[in-house]
Write a protein that binds this ligand. Structure first.
Ligand code: HEM
Length: 163
């Protein structure tokens, strides 16, 4: 009797340990946080991520004397860059905008090069912004933030479908 009680007890213990390990193994995903391993984001999710991350950079760079503001700005900027690279890997799922149809017609290679060129510009400007943040150079930070917005507006005019 005592022996079977012990067996039941140790089996329950094993079950609890296994269940805990299983829960811990589940990828946890904070909204807007890094994708879980193996998860791929759609183009639209990457764009939303870029928008959110850019807002984070702007918030953190408003006062770089605040504790941890440089670190927060660089963390958001890293997310922006990762989402921009993700967008570059997924843009062929985007339907062609009216503007792009007028500009590129059937020339898919030229269309894809155009798309890629704008995303490269956004990534390049974000790398310059990263240098400016490291130096806490507020003029350069404003300049590169403006440049990123310029690329955003210009790219959306060209590639985003009008609703
Ligand atoms: C530079 C910074 C950029 C930011 C912050 C940004 C942000 C965004 C955001 C917030 C959306 C709306 C997503 C939604 O709610 O549906 C969006 C959509 C879109 N963006 Fe960007 N974007 C940027 C650059 C670009 C570039 C460089 C391109 C193309 C070369 C681009 C092409 C598009 C397209 C095609 C959509 C529509 C996606 C859809 O509806 O599926 N964006 N972007």
């Amino acid at each position: 009797m005592r022996k079977s009680g012990l067996v039941v007890l140790s089996l329950s213990f094993v079950a609890v340990v296994a269940a805990t390990a299983l829960v811990q193994a589940q990828p946890t995903r904070r909204p807007g946080g890094p994708p879980a391993a193996g998860e791929t984001l759609s183009f639209e999710q990457n764009m939303k991520g870029m928008g959110r991350a850019l807002r984070g950079v702007k918030r953190a760079t408003r006062d770089l004397s605040a504790p941890d503001s440089v670190k927060a700005a660089l963390t958001s900027l890293q997310t922006f860059q990762e989402r921009a690279l993700g967008a570059k890997a997924t843009f062929d799922e985007v339907p062609m905008s009216e503007h792009a149809v007028r500009e590129y017609g059937e020339d898919t290679e030229a269309y894809h090069n155009g798309f890629r060129k704008h995303l490269i510009e956004a990534i390049e400007a974000s790398l310059e912004l990263e240098r400016a943040i490291m130096k806490k150079d507020t003029d350069a930070i404003s300049k590169w933030l403006d440049e990123i917005e310029e690329v955003e507006h210009h790219s959306h005019d060209e590639f985003q479908t009008e609703h």
